[in-house]
Design a protein around this ligand. Structure first.
Ligand SMILES: [Zn+2]
Length: 152
């Protein structure tokens, strides 16, 4: 009887997993990979001996409570001789004629030579949580003057 289940025995095996902690200790970040064969796992172990989280590899690019805004500015777009088979009038920002990220796409050919793209990432923190008293009751309207209860 034919079945729609085309899963073979290989698919039923559990993947081989590997976790590496960030090389900067005692950082708690870790990376997790899964491999479908021992060969893939062994190749990965040979290639990747150490791993660092982005906070330690590129701290200047990580948003944090101390760094709420980061800007990145592209190179000016210009024709490139890097790709001889592409018409010389095609524009590139560095080695690409197309930039994209969350919320935008940009084709270099849509802009004049020399155009740059500035990407800004900014953290918008939530409004402060309502203040509560030490017994968990909402603080009266007008807020806390900073004086602990019972000392007014
Ligand atoms: Zn780290």
């Amino acid at each position: 009887m034919p079945t729609s289940d085309t899963t073979n025995r290989r698919d039923l095996r559990r993947p081989i997993s590997r976790n590496l902690r960030c090389a900067t200790q005692p950082c708690p970040e870790f990376a997790h990979w899964e491999f479908s064969s021992r060969k893939e796992y062994d190749d990965h172990v040979r290639r990747v001996r150490e791993w660092s989280c982005l906070k330690h590899e590129h701290p200047e690019k990580v948003l944090s409570p101390a760094r709420l805004r980061i800007e990145w500015l592209s190179e000016p777009c210009e024709p490139s001789a890097k790709y001889p088979t592409i018409p010389r009038t095609t524009l590139f920002w560095g080695n690409t004629g197309f930039l994209h990220g969350d919320g935008y796409y940009a084709y270099a050919d849509d802009f004049p030579v020399g155009t740059r793209i500035r990407v800004t990432a900014e953290v918008i923190l939530p409004p402060l949580a309502p203040q509560t008293t030490t017994d968990g009751q909402p603080e009266p309207a007008g807020g806390n003057s900073g004086v602990p209860k019972g000392r007014e």
